[in-house]
Design a protein around this ligand. Structure first.
Ligand code: NAI
Ligand code: MG
Length: 816
């Protein structure tokens, strides 16, 4: 440290500039440094079981906090349930005023909140003061706006223009992590309260304090008691909350591992679920990029919040020609990063939130070195105590190595090179995650072309780690599902009124399970002959429809399907795992091309399909009539034709939007296909039910493997001809008949299926949820409730289209 003023003037070195923590320490002391839970507007005395929260920069004990038991969780959920009717009965304007009051209080207490956050988490005050807390306030403002615009709620749902016909999901359990404690609190609480839900939230055990200060603020602004409840505790408390039967929705941010547990835990319930999980986001630098800006971006991309950021640009992919030059610049920049007391206003890198995380990161660095990467760390003055880590650059990282694949969640950048844009895309997508990506290039055409191909929910072009309440955030693939922020984030807390709103959804309508019975035709020659004869008399043998072809079932078995009068109508093929695997392969193979097809092109195919369907009206109606009677058959057929027209119409109209975040940026919210969607259809309206699910998926550019109900399974022969003559590329629609529970399980477990929809009974809903945890595919079910497919308000439209797409926000700066 230079001593004289002259020396200081010469070196321009920073002196210490600590933020004053007195006010916050006084607040902690006023609570005797002990905290209970905030339930029904009361502070419950700390229970006998407690845990400690410490300042990771110094190791000092900040407070002792009650560890929530199942009973505490129960009390909090009961309070939220009791508060729900009155909270929903408020007008949107009244709820907006509470959210506005939150926003104002956050601004008023900004300094206190920032200091408390920094003490508890170890993040630099510069970040908590300039990024976290302003974004928290912005989130409450933005959602005050949605509360206002939702308008009053009546029995038809909200009556405002934008979410007309939707109701609040009800009581919500929320579990948040420690990396952005207050920001994640805002991301969860603001949309829930705006939507008319009540909340029980559990902050992370490393960082419970700012949520408790927010609970105090809730009290101050006179938020009705029970609307917001804060329960403290570790993983067990989180598990008790997620599994509580009184919840209508669970929202989770944290590790993919716990996300899987929660998916499984909630499978047998009708709880809505959103998961915001980990990432291993690529940071792609092309040789024409402004390298100095890219380096500056990296500081925010991987050293921001000590790298404990789910969307951190943790994988640097650099075009080979400029790799060494970029590494030199990165090393030079790393050498002037300042690691130290998080309360110091001139510090870049603070402390790691907890010893467990610290050890994990160190272990990853060692693994990287063992697996052949070159490790470089700058010689920086480091604090003598506390959980401080040096910023770390790993170069020469092999794409398949641990540090290239697993989330390190620390200040560690894993670098590798590529030659062509195609290789960059391949490397970028060579991960099971899909949260975010950064693309640096001065060529906007290349950048946007790559942005379209990267599988990620957020793409920053020549920028990094930008957030705004108006722009949805969330992942593709194993980074989770659901979005936070924006209009799409609001939908996570709403559901169509006709589906049964909060408090009135206790009675799911059970559908019959119409799967094939136990009588199966044996595959031996004699039987086959007998069946062929039988089929000749009644109908021809029905095969699966896979990859644009009629395919015999692998088992060789078929099953008889009876009409309403009990008489045999026809046979359907009995599919097995192998048929499903073939169908998924066909769907997968067709996916990229179909998604790239223009919306106009897809619409043309659907119109043509409707036209060809009409050609076969007579035979299809005749068969349908045997199942549902003549009058339904005719109406059902005509409605299916009309629905096909509707989705042809929607194909080029369900478009994304352009956001204007409060900076010189646009964020283009694109509606992208999910990929390969598996569909388990019911059988109440054999043709219409199946079409109502197939069509939106196909219209939005997905490919489909559908298991029709047993009645529709007898129509595969007719449908094959319709699809075949409609220019629908082979593999876009695949129909495999058989036992829906068995085939559905194979589909739910299949890693090449990106989403699974079940519109059968409750057991099918539960099964697909539980079986989908492998690749965390998106799951959408009717929760065993009947859908009136004849009513367009229930059977078609945006609700379907939203589930058939995922939003990718591409952020593009403008100006120099
Ligand atoms: P975690 O997933 O265990 O913790 C997140 C939250 O979940 C905390 O509130 C915790 O108490 C709660 N929780 C833990 N077990 C639970 C259970 N069985 N049921 C319900 N709630 C439960 O994450 P952890 O252990 O703190 O960090 C491990 C790794 O996870 C990190 O190194 C990082 O890779 C990743 N992570 C990702 C985050 C993100 O923002 N996507 C945030 C935090 C961690
Ligand atoms: Mg702590």
């Amino acid at each position: 440290m230079p001593s004289s003023i002259m020396e200081k003037f010469e070196s321009m070195a920073y002196g210490p500039a600590p933020e004053d923590a007195t006010e916050v320490l006084r607040w902690l002391d006023a609570h005797n440094r002990r905290f209970g839970h905030f339930i029904n507007g009361n502070w419950n005395a700390p229970s006998s079981t407690t845990f400690e929260t410490r300042n990771p920069a110094t190791g000092e004990l900040l407070a002792t906090v009650a560890q929530g038991s199942a009973t505490d969780v129960g009390a909090a959920v009961a309070a939220a349930q009791a508060a729900l009717p009155a909270w929903q009965a408020l007008t949107g304007h009244q709820r907006a005023r509470y959210l506005y009051a939150f926003a104002r209080q956050v601004q008023k207490h900004a300094r206190k909140l920032a200091v408390l956050e920094t003490l508890d988490n170890g993040k630099p005050i510069r970040e908590s003061r300039d990024i976290d807390i302003p974004l928290v306030a912005r989130h409450f403002y933005y959602h005050a706006g949605w509360a206002q615009l939702l308008g009053p709620l009546d029995e038809t749902g909200f009556t405002g223009e934008d979410f007309r016909g939707y109701t609040p999901v009800g009581v919500v359990g929320q579990i948040i992590p420690w990396n952005f404690p207050l920001l994640m609190f805002a991301w969860k609480v603001a949309p829930a309260l705006a939507a008319g839900c009540t909340v029980v939230i559990k902050p992370a055990e490393y960082t419970p304090l700012t949520a408790l200060l927010m609970a105090e603020i809730a009290d101050e602004i006179g938020l009705p008691t029970g609307v917001l409840n804060v329960i403290n505790g570790k993983g067990e408390t989180g598990a008790a909350l997620a599994s509580h039967p009184g919840l209508n929705k669970v929202a989770f941010t944290g590790s993919t591992e716990v996300g899987r547990l929660i998916r499984k835990e909630t499978a047998s319930s009708a709880k809505k679920l959103s998961l915001e999980l980990g990432g291993k986001s690529p940071y792609i630098v092309f040789d024409d990029a402004d390298l100095d800006s890219a380096v500056e971006g990296l500081v925010d991309g991987i050293w921001f919040n000590q790298g404990q950021v789910c969307c951190a640009g943790s994988r640097l992919l650099v075009q080979e020609r400029v790799a060494e030059k970029l590494y030199d610049k990165i090393r030079a920049r790393m050498s002037v990063l300042r690691v130290g007391s998080p309360l110091d206003k001139a510090i870049d890198i603070g402390a790691i939130a907890d010893r467990v995380q610290y050890d994990r990161i160190e272990q990853y660095i060692q693994t990287g070195i063992q697996e052949g990467a070159t490790c470089w760390q700058p010689e920086l003055p480091m604090p003598e105590r506390g959980l401080f880590l040096r910023p770390t650059l790993l170069t020469g990282v092999a794409p398949a190595s641990t540090v290239a694949q697993e989330e390190i969640f620390g200040p560690v950048l894993a670098a590798m090179t590529f030659r062509t844009p195609a290789e960059a895309v391949e490397l970028a997508n060579n991960t099971s995650y899909g949260l975010a990506a950064c693309i640096w290039s001065e060529n906007i055409n290349v950048a946007l072309d790559v942005a379209a191909q990267v599988k990620a929910g957020v793409v920053w072009v020549n920028a990094t780690n930008l957030f705004d309440a108006a722009c949805g955030f969330g992942g593709y693939r194993e980074s989770g599902y659901g979005r936070e922020g924006g209009k799409e984030g609001m939908y996570e807390y709403l559901q169509p009124a006709w589906l049964g709103g909060a408090g009135q959804d206790g009675e799911p309508v059970a559908l019959p399970e119409p799967g094939p019975g136990s009588e199966f035709a044996a595959p031996d020659a004699a039987q086959a002959l007998r069946h062929d004869l039988l089929d000749a008399a009644i109908d021809r043998t029905v095969k699966h429809y896979i990859g644009g072809k009629q395919v015999r079932p692998d088992s060789g078995y078929s099953f008889p399907v009876a009409g309403a009068d009990g008489r045999l109508v026809g046979h359907a093929p009995l599919g097995n795992r192998k048929d499903i695997r073939n169908a998924v392969e066909a769907a997968r193979g067709a996916a990229a091309k179909w998604a790239r097809q223009t919306a106009h092109g897809r619409a043309q195919v659907l119109y043509y399909l409707a036209e060809n369907l009409v050609q076969r009206r007579e035979e299809i109606v005749r068969k349908l009539a045997a199942f549902v009677g003549e009058s339904q058959a005719a109406v059902e057929f005509d409605t299916a034709v009309e629905r096909t027209f509707s989705y042809a119409a929607w194909t080029d109209k369900f478009e994304g939007s352009v956001h204007n975040p409060p900076m010189r940026m646009v964020a283009m919210a694109m509606h992208e296909a999910i990929g390969t969607v598996a569909v388990l259809a019911g059988d109440e309206a054999p043709l219409l039910g199946l079409f109502s699910l197939l069509l939106p998926a196909v219209a939005m550019g997905n490919t489909v493997v559908a298991v029709p109900g047993e009645r529709a399974a007898t129509l595969i022969g007719e449908l094959y001809q319709v699809f075949d003559t409609s220019d629908l590329p082979g593999g876009v629609v695949n129909l495999v008949a058989g036992k829906p529970m068995e085939l559905g399980k194979t589909l739910a477990e299949h890693d090449d299926v990106d989403a699974i929809w079940s519109f059968r009974d409750l057991s099918a809903s539960a099964m697909v949820k539980a079986a989908s945890i492998g690749n965390l595919k998106q799951v959408w079910t009717n929760e065993g409730r009947a859908v009136d497919w004849f009513d367009p308000a229930q059977g078609e439209g945006r609700w379907y289209l939203r589930h058939a797409t995922q939003v990718k926000n591409i952020w593009v700066p403008y100006g120099e």
